[in-house]
Design a protein. Structure first.
Length: 256
């Protein structure tokens, strides 16, 4: 359990005044991207899926922005052309993107959209360099392969879920620091240290690879030691058509 990172989404209206002028070459490039975008250039929405639970709750414009960012952001662009969104729409879309996709751990919990007239540019906030991301992903892939090698696909979904649950509890040490990595699969699977957000996202990441529907959920829980109510993240898992709550963090909680 921990104080969960809050999402911050900001819309910025760029005013062209002395000292705040976009270079012509950059403006021309972005204008071309925008022209292509508004022609509906091969942007295909995802089908609503239980593994994209929060995506399924968005409106069409939010879904469009979600898909465009999801398809582009791993290339580490400085900006991504998106449709126009209000502050609330941007926040809802970005929360859905981060909660549905634990592999976007290289993004912070904040984002912004700059507006140049009709141009709407999503500005990603990266918390690591592209090389650091690649290094983390190699380590994550290695640990994922190690854990998933114990998942026999002749197992029932419950047996798969239990195997993944036990592996995470065995391989992760609970930490309660305000560290972005520990709130992600990077901390959980690469470093072996995570808070509740890292545990829950790692569980979703591995369960999805096992073909099991899962989502992360936000709420509060009572700390076993202090008995105080704190922000918390855990999972809802679907087994045999029924939903069950899964909390690897509390299952791994050691009271000293």
């Amino acid at each position: 359990m921990k104080k969960l990172f809050k999402f911050i989404a900001v819309l910025i209206a760029a005013v062209i005044v002395a000292g705040i002028v976009m270079p012509e070459s950059q403006f021309s490039k972005i204008t071309a991207e925008t022209s292509s975008f508004f022609k509906g250039n091969s942007v295909k929405l995802l089908e609503d899926s239980e593994n994209k639970y929060y995506y399924s709750k968005l409106d069409t414009t939010q879904k469009l922005a979600y898909v465009i960012i999801l398809n582009s952001v791993k290339k580490y662009p400085s900006h991504i052309v998106v449709p126009s969104l209000s502050d609330n729409e941007l926040t809802g879309m970005y929360e859905a993107l981060i909660y549905d996709n634990p592999d976007l751990y290289f993004l912070s919990h904040s984002c912004s959209v700059e507006s140049y007239g009709k141009l709407k540019l999503f500005i990603p906030d990266y918390i690591m360099t592209e090389q650091q991301y690649k290094t983390y992903q190699t380590q994550i892939d290695k640990k994922t392969s190690e854990i998933m090698s114990s998942v026999n696909y002749s197992m029932t979904d419950f047996e798969k879920e239990l195997t993944i649950h036990d592996a995470l509890a065995e391989n992760i040490t609970y930490t309660d620091n305000d560290n972005a990595a520990e709130a992600s699969i990077a901390g959980a699977l690469a470093n072996g240290n995570a808070n509740c957000e890292g545990y829950a996202k790692a569980a979703k990441y591995l369960l999805e690879k096992a073909g099991i529907t899962s989502r992360v959920v936000i709420g509060t829980a009572t700390d076993p030691v202090s008995r105080t109510s704190e922000s918390h993240m855990w999972n809802v898992v679907t087994l045999n058509g029924n939903e069950y709550e899964l909390d690897v963090t509390l299952d791994d909680y050691v009271i000293s």
